[in-house]
Design a protein around this ligand. Structure first.
Ligand code: BGC
Length: 365
């Protein structure tokens, strides 16, 4: 397991190494060749839909910019679309040469990207694609693959539990996040054939606005009520939503009996997995995502263009956006240790109190 896991890391590194400069053809490009001092602005979306933004993305991006000696300004819009736009305006005024965003929705994201472009500032969509947007690059994970791992994970846990004709509830991500659409495409590709054949039934299918964890608990409570408690598996699109479902399952003494999926390898989710309350999570090595985005941003800031060797289709803007898409990994009880070995979370964060014994049992030393 460990071997395969590390091999995935190596692929990510190779992908980075293969970003090739293709000359300075960017004389008239935003941010390029302007003679301005390189400075990179980053706007993160919030700090409540997932702990990753503040605990991983901020840290790894800052480290990458600092290592290259490039000035950066990393801010968080805290889920507020007006604040998002204000932050972008302030960054443009302060002279950033490249702006990297994780949009809160495509509409406000597009407005920010277009404005930056009109002011000669190059842009990157980080993690979430802005539909109809104008970013030079998109850097993310293969998000359909993330959803596939979740679907496959749920099937594996239901099979292990010998569940018969299980009733599945979906807790999808925010309808305004293009990633949520891609995750669903991935897990539907695994689960829909099972619904169609009658092997599984779909008990509920709800999206959680803004990935709001509090609303997720309410929505899941309603799903349980609506089905008379007959939910045998929860396809939750990330760890925060999964933890919300687990908190409701706990109140009903159903935790551990109903597999729940997740994403992000949050310390809390890793604890839930060790305790048997969560079936799996999807680990995205955010360091690789941050490094790839920083490498492209630094090049743009210096007026260079790199080729990523890959594009993604923006169906709204009808354009192919040069992209870097990294490979996610499924995490179950037996390979929680790999996430810690990778330096994404620490043993101290996961192995607290009662979890110390569960950590030892899972080979986390
Ligand atoms: C990200 C996930 C994250 C979610 C909520 C998605 O766009 O890809 O990693 O859990 O947003 O913040």
């Amino acid at each position: 397991m460990r071997k395969g896991f590390l091999a995935i890391g190596a692929v990510g590194v190779l992908a980075l190494g293969s970003l090739t400069a293709c000359g300075d053809d960017s004389g008239d490009q935003a941010g390029g060749g302007s003679g301005k001092t390189p400075k990179i602005g980053v706007i993160l979306p919030d700090s409540s839909s997932s702990v990753r933004w503040e605990s991983a993305d901020r840290r790894f991006l800052k480290e990458a910019f600092d290592a290259a000696g490039i000035e950066s300004d990393i801010q968080n819009a805290q889920g507020d679309k007006n604040a998002f736009q204000t932050l972008a305006d302030q960054m443009i005024t302060s002279g950033v040469t490249v702006l990297m965003i994780v949009n809160l929705d495509s509409g406000t994201g597009k407005a920010v990207l277009d404005k930056a472009k009109s002011q000669g500032v190059a842009t990157i969509d980080y993690d979430r694609l802005t539909l109809g947007g104008s970013a030079e690059y998109y850097v993310s994970f293969d998000n359909v693959a993330v959803g596939k791992l979740q679907g496959e994970g749920l099937v594996k846990c239901l099979t292990d539990a010998k569940a018969e004709k299980p009733a599945i509830a979906y807790l999808n991500g925010s309808p305004t996040d293009n990633n949520a659409t891609l995750f669903k495409e991935g897990y539907d590709s695994v689960l829909k054939p099972k619904f169609d054949s009658g092997e599984y039934t779909k008990a509920a299918d709800d999206s959680v606005p803004d990935w709001d964890n509090t609303q997720a608990a309410t929505i899941f409570e309603q799903q349980l009520t609506k089905t008379g408690g007959k939910i045998d598996g929860v396809l939750s699109a990330n760890d925060g939503l999964g933890n919300a479902a687990i908190s409701v399952l706990k109140k009903n003494n159903l935790n551990g009996k109903v597999p729940v999926t997740g994403q992000d390898a949050d310390p809390q989710a890793l604890q839930n997995i060790l305790a048997g309350d969560q079936c799996m999570t999807v680990y995205k090595a955010v360091k690789k995502e941050a490094d790839a985005a920083a490498e492209l941003a630094i090049a743009l800031a210096k007026g260079e263009r790199k080729q990523t060797g890959q594009t993604v289709r923006d169906p709204e803007g009808n354009r192919d956006v040069p992209a870097v898409l990294l490979t996610p990994a499924a995490i179950y009880k037996e390979n929680v240790k790999d996430v810690i070995a990778d330096g994404y979370v620490t043993k101290e964060q996961v192995c607290t109190g009662d979890y110390a014994k569960l950590c030892a049992d899972a080979g986390i030393s």
